[in-house]
Design a protein around this ligand. Structure first.
Ligand code: G
Ligand code: MN
Length: 450
């Protein structure tokens, strides 16, 4: 939908704000002029979260006026064109400004707009994408410049850390990789495998973690982390996250229908990327995934990387909302990021998953650290899961240290759905035969891993 330009009326706030048509015209004129005079030209596209999107609403007009005024005051130069492109989108054409300068302006806009307090709009957040035609690149097409700025804006939108992003060549390659991944999902080349978590007290397999796998025609099978690295920084991260949620919950529902989970106590753990948890869409995605499946929120666990702030900000708010419905939140790869044990009481989480690099380390210092995490988990009533357990010795040590649960090749590698179901039946038979009650039995047990 294209929104007609709506110049604001002149008044105490200075000249009217140019609209989309003026922006296009300025872009074309300046593009020709800069090419002739060997000057660089930068374009900035700004998305102001918090501005009402309803076209032509009085709130929108007032907020746009206030934002553009603040931007002008923060230091515009003669020749710069600032326009309202419609909705919450602004655009700037900056003749004579090179890439670094454009990024500096972008960062200034982020702080100026972020600091605004308006009656019409609270909590404004600006995200900016920039693209530059350097004086060396003779006459870069204005449409190319504009679409590059759009690509850079998508990166800024998908990032949890950087609100301003400049286009560079690598974005084109990345965009190709992202498109290839999207096609692969549509073509059914990406599927889920499942790896169990075992309760170390009872030996019961309490949950399965869903892990993505891409049977790439050239690069062979790619694991979840590699797939996410491609999707990261694009909106595909959320689409993929939504897809995984639906698939994983659907698989648990299918297993339940097969009679694999008569007491409805098996849980499914799904890895959620940072930008997805910070996006309000996560609430709908979780609700939609569960809807009509018979799977209750309690059976769903979201694994979020330790880099996500689950103490403050939108990710924490969403985590709290989801937990209130019964969904469990786990911090994945705990011990590798920036969360200290002192922060644990403030976090909106239920489970700590200790990273496999700590679990498998032979360094006595690291082993002490694992002990500290176990103590902290007990103190703050968090369930602690050791990840990446590969041998019986480590498993016994963790059990002796009071670790609640473990996951890793010692039990099994991630398995496709049918194999995971067979594994679970075989495992239950072993446990029912009393093969978890004595420590020696764990030691003597043959692992079923491939
Ligand atoms: O951090 P996260 O739990 O999302 O990581 C899961 C990844 O770890 C998967 O790719 C899985 O195959 C891998 N993995 C699971 N168990 C083990 C293990 O015991 N050892 C190793 N090296 N990797 C494991
Ligand atoms: Mn995980």
């Amino acid at each position: 939908m294209s929104i007609p330009p709506q110049p604001a009326p002149p008044g105490e706030h200075g000249p009217p704000v140019p609209g989309a048509q003026e922006f296009e015209a300025a872009l074309r004129t300046e593009s020709r002029r800069c090419a002739r005079s060997f000057e660089p030209l930068s374009v900035l596209l700004v998305d102001v979260e918090g501005i009402d999107e309803a076209p032509g609403s009085p709130q929108q007009a007032a907020a746009v006026r206030a934002v553009t005024l603040a931007v002008r005051r923060s230091g515009q130069r003669a020749g710069d064109v600032l326009a309202h492109l419609g909705g919450r989108a602004l655009g700037l054409v900056l003749p004579g400004v090179a890439q670094e300068g454009a990024l500096a302006v972008a960062n200034r806009l982020v702080s100026v707009i972020g600091a605004l307090r308006l009656p019409e709009a609270t909590g404004l957040t600006a995200r900016v994408g920039t693209a530059t035609s350097s004086h060396l690149e003779v006459s870069l097409d204005p449409d190319v410049l504009r679409s590059r700025a759009g690509e850079a804006l998508s990166v800024a939108r998908a990032s949890t850390r950087l609100l301003a992003s400049a286009w560079d060549e690598s974005l084109d390659e990345r965009a190709e990789a992202v498109a290839e991944l999207a096609d692969a999902v549509a073509a059914g080349q990406v599927h889920l495998e499942f790896q169990p978590t075992i309760d170390l007290r009872t030996g019961a397999a309490t949950s399965f973690e869903a892990l993505m796998r891409w049977d790439h025609p050239e690069h062979g099978p790619l694991a979840a982390a590699e797939i996410l690295a491609i999707a990261e920084g694009s909106t595909l991260v959320r689409e993929l996250g939504r897809w995984v949620l639906g698939q994983a919950v659907g698989q648990l529902a299918a297993w339940t229908a097969e009679g694999l989970d008569p007491a409805a106590e098996l849980r499914i753990a799904v890895n959620v990327a940072a930008p997805h948890l910070a996006d309000p869409a996560i609430l709908d995605d979780v609700r939609d995934a569960l809807h009509g499946t018979g799977i209750v929120p309690n059976q769903l666990e979201l694994d979020v990387p330790e880099t996500v702030r689950v103490d403050t900000g939108p990710a924490a708010a969403h985590a709290r909302t989801l937990r209130a419905t019964g969904v469990r939140i786990a911090i994945d790869d705990f011990g590798t990021g920036s969360t200290g044990v002192l922060q644990l009481p403030r976090l909106a989480v239920d489970v700590l998953k200790i990273d496999q690099s700590l679990v498998s380390s032979d360094d006595p210092g690291i082993q002490t650290l694992v002990g500290v995490i176990l103590d902290a988990g007990r103190a703050f009533r968090l369930r602690v899961v050791a990840e990446g357990v590969e041998d019986d010795g480590r498993l016994l040590a963790l059990r002796a240290a009071g670790c609640d649960a473990a996951q890793g090749f010692v039990f099994t590698r991630p398995l496709p759905p049918a194999a995971a179901a067979s594994w679970l039946r075989a495992w239950r038979t072993e446990i029912a035969a009393g093969r978890w009650s004595r420590v020696e039995d764990i030691q003597g047990r043959q692992t079923t891993s491939a």
